[in-house]
Structures are given as structure tokens and as C-alpha cells.
Design a protein around this ligand. Sequence first.
Ligand SMILES: Nc1ncnc2c1ncn2[C@@H]1O[C@H](COP(=O)(O)OP(=O)(O)OP(=O)(O)O)[C@@H](O)[C@H]1O
Ligand SMILES: [Mg+2]
Length: 447
Amino acid sequence: MAKSPWKSFLMSCWGKSVESSAARRGELRSSSNSGISDSFRAPFSPEDLSLTLAGSNLLAFTIAELKAVTRNFSMTNFVGSGGFGPVYKGYIDEKLRPGLEAQYVAVKSLDLDGSQGHREWLAEVIFLGQLRHPNLVKLVGYCCEDEHRMLVYEFMPGGSLENHIFKSLLASLPWSTRLKIAVGAAKGLAFLHEAEKPVIYRDFKASNILLESDYTAKLSDFGLAKDGPQGDNTHVTTRVMGTHGYAAPEYVLTGHLTAKSDVYSFGVVLLELLTGRRCVDKNRPNRQKNLVDWARPCLNNADKLSRVMDPSLDGLYSTKGAQRAAAIAHKCLSHTPKSRPDMRSVVECLEPLLSLNDVPVGPFVYVAPTERVGEKKEKEQEQEQEMEEKMEMETEEKNHHNRDERHKQRFPNSVIHSEITLHRDGNNLYRNSHVRRTVRQNQERGA
Ligand SMILES: Nc1ncnc2c1ncn2[C@@H]1O[C@H](COP(=O)(O)OP(=O)(O)OP(=O)(O)O)[C@@H](O)[C@H]1O
Ligand SMILES: [Mg+2]
């Protein structure tokens, strides 16, 4: 990690404070994206930024370029939206910049009337611009033109973990995939905590874990990241930021932030992976609304653990692996920060669970989701339509058969009761199926 004194750069931009306005007010976001308000506009020039980021390999894009990349921020390229603003899929072709390889990107655009602001954008550019690791999403570049603030990331085809565990209509994630994701995300956090100048991520949650098509997990969203304590300091004191349900209790109470606050949040996500439940779910009965409170008593108890495991796994998980993972989650969720393990130990305990081979084999087929929810709906509608057509055809066939049967019984010697009925169309004769196909083809063509 580079040693760029970004904090002093921020201070030179805005005076003493480097916290956002929300930080000054002390805000904790709910897990559904309410958040930090920052109407602040920075009095610094793009040249200052380029100087600060020299050597980071980040590209400064123009609005015109990003319009070309996202087909003018078209709704067909829209992939979702969070506290920062809308995100669009884009394609950088080889002609955009000489030497820049063609690639898919995600362009995140700051909503100027939205809940986050320039500070989160700048923190993201500065932190992620200087950090490179296989479990951190790669920031390709940024755009800082007039009021516009954008972030250009490598595109993550698997979307977010949140979408997979809580929103997907597809088959549930298998056990080994859940473990792979947990290990990848743990490695990302361990890297941040062990950096030469340690970084506290502060917003570790399922929606900030993005997935490659092979389920490699990468952390995104460094808008709330902070430099960790240095020298003899054990913590940094900040106003409470983060997301309700994921933030460590001592941090919420005192504002004392340590790497162990991230470890707690990791424990919450691990628990979400084990149980398939959200950390806060207002739709559940009172005693189950808070996932940690509900599941904690079962995590260190082999007999009770199965009660809280995700039922959609259908029991297809390694019992030993689940027990060990639950024990790790229990430690991470310890009330006393000192009793929580560091992220390196978490990686060391979790990774060997990937090779346990006591997962029961069941009649379970997992179809890797390569489509997004919209596409899935379309496919489902198509399948439904096909099913309806098939049923119609079968009913028609049945009616026909019944007619033929009646005819056969009434006129046993008639020659018309063959199984195939011929229809005349002009000079041509067609069998049933052909006529039906023609009608369907016409319908498909919009005739
Ligand atoms: N690099 C990326 N590749 C693919 N999809 C992405 C990428 N970055 C973000 N997304 C998608 O864009 C949507 C919005 O992401 P964003 O990070 O802005 O919000 P969020 O994580 O849902 O909420 P929050 O503001 O609390 O972080 C999500 O569905 C996410 O999966
Ligand atoms: Mg996010």
C-alpha cells in the first residue's frame, strides 16, 4: 500500500475535519440504504487529485467517455442503486484509450441530491486507488468533472452476495460456495488490517461483497473506510458510521473503532451465510428480529446448530464444517473486542473447511446463475407461455381424440377416423401439428 498522506490532502481541501457531515452528526445507516447526507462541495481542482493519485494507475475519465461506455447511462445498462447513486454496466472498447484493454466496467454515479457525497467519493478513490488485492474490487478510474463524481470499477458478473442470499429466485447457494465466499471476504479484510498503514473497512456487509462468476468474493465500497490506529493508540475515535445490524456494539456505544469492529461485522455476515437470514428482519417474530441475538446460543452447541442452519440447504452441508464455521462466527461476535480473533486467524480456520468432504450427496442440482433477475422473469414468462401452449395443445388433442373416439364408435366402418386429421389450406393439405405450428409462428411474428 502506498504511503500517500491522503488525510492531509483531505484536510487541505476542507479544513480540519475529514469526517463527512453525516459523521459529524453521527449516523448509522439502516441496512436498506438510508444514510449519510453530504451536500458538501469540495473547493479543489481535478489537478490536485491527479497529483495525489499519481502512481496509482487510476484513469481520469471524462463524462463524454462514460456516456459512450454506458450508452448514455441507458436504463438497459442500469444494474442497481445504493446510497451513493445509480450503477450502470458499461463496456470500454479498445478504441476508447490507446493501450487500455477492452473490458466490462460498472460505473457508479454520485446522486447529487442523494444521501452520500463528495467525501465518500474521494475516500473511495483514495483508498481503493492505492490498494490492490484479489479480494478487493478493482477501481479502474474515476470522473470528476464539474459537479459530476463517478467511480469506474471492474464489472463483477455475480452481483452482490446480498442478492444471492436474500433476493435470488434461483436455487439456494450450496454450502461449498458459501464457504468460498466467506474465505474470500475474510482474506480481503485480513489484507486491509495487515497493510503497512492498516485500514478499517467499517462497512462490511453482504451488499458490499461482490462476486465473480466463479464466486470469488471482492470487497467494494470504501466510502467509510478509515486509517487504523497507529503507534501506541489502540483505537481511533469517530462518530458512529456503518450499517445497523452489522456494526459492532462497542463501536455503536462509544465510537471507538478498531479492526475488531470489522471482525464483528464479519461474524454477522458469516452468520447470514449459515442461516440464510438477514441480520435485522423486521418481518420476523420479536425474538427472531435480531439475527445475532437469536442464533448466538446455538452456535457453540452441536445439537442446536441444525435449528438455525439455512433450511434451503436441505441438510446438504458438512456437519463438521458447519460446527467449526459456527464456532468462528461465535468468536467474531464476542461482546469483548479483545476476545475476537484477528482476520488472519479467521482465514486460517475457515480455509481448511473447504476440503472437508463429508457433505451428504443429495438429488440437488445447482444451476449457476448467469442471468439477472429481470432476465430470469422474462425466461420464466416464456416458459409459462410455452407450458400454457403445451397444455392448450394437449387439451385440443384430447378433444380431438374424444371426437374421433365418438365418431369411431358411431361409425365403425368410416374411413375418417384415422389418428391424423388433414386440413385444407388452398391447394395444400396439412396435418394438425403443422396448422398449430403455423398459428403459433404467426403469433410470434405478431400476425
Ligand atoms: N463493480 C460492480 N460490478 C457489478 N455490479 C455492481 C458493482 N458495484 C455495484 N454493483 C451493483 O450495483 C448495485 C448498487 O451497489 P451500491 O454499492 O451502490 O449499493 P449497495 O451496496 O446496495 O448499498 P450501500 O449504499 O449501502 O453500499 C448493487 O446491486 C451492486 O450489486
Ligand atoms: Mg455497496
